[in-house]
Design a protein around this ligand. Structure first.
Ligand code: SF4
Length: 113
C-alpha cells in the first residue's frame, strides 16, 4: 500500500503523456526552467517536453494529440519558404520527435505493453 501510495502521488496525468515525477533530478522541465531539483515537489507542467524526458510515458490515449501535432508541423513545414531554413530545420526536428513518440505508442499497442 505504501509503495502504491508513493507511486500514485508521483503520477501526473496529462493530455499528451503521463508524468512520473519520481526523481526531481531527472525532470527535464526543471532543468529547462533552471530550477534546482532539491526544492521541487512537483513538475512544471507548463515547461513539459515529454518527448525528451525520462520520466514521461506515452500511451494509446495520448496518440491523437501526437498525431495532430505531427500533422500541424507537416503543414507548417510545407508552408515555410526557402529563406527560413533554420525554422524549417527546427520544426523538422520537432516532427521527428513526434514521430518517435507515435512509433513507440504503436509498438506498445502491437505488443500489448
Ligand atoms: S518534463 Fe514533463 S514528463 Fe518530465 S518531469 Fe517535467 S512535466 Fe514530467
Amino acid at each position: 500500500m505504501n509503495l502504491l501510495a508513493k507511486r500514485a502521488g508521483a503520477l501526473h496525468l496529462g493530455q499528451a503523456n503521463h508524468c512520473w515525477f519520481l526523481d526531481p533530478s531527472k525532470a527535464l522541465c526543471l532543468k529547462l526552467a533552471s530550477r534546482t531539483s532539491r526544492d521541487a515537489t512537483a513538475p512544471l507542467i507548463g515547461m513539459c517536453d515529454s518527448a525528451r524526458c525520462p520520466q514521461a510515458t506515452h500511451h494509446a490515449g495520448h496518440r491523437a494529440v501526437w498525431a495532430s501535432s505531427a500533422e500541424n508541423k507537416k503543414a507548417f513545414i510545407a508552408s515555410i519558404g526557402r529563406a527560413q531554413k533554420s525554422e524549417k530545420e527546427r520544426l523538422a526536428a520537432d516532427l521527428a520527435r513526434d514521430k518517435r513518440v507515435l512509433s513507440a505508442i504503436d509498438a506498445a499497442a502491437r505488443t500489448g505493453a
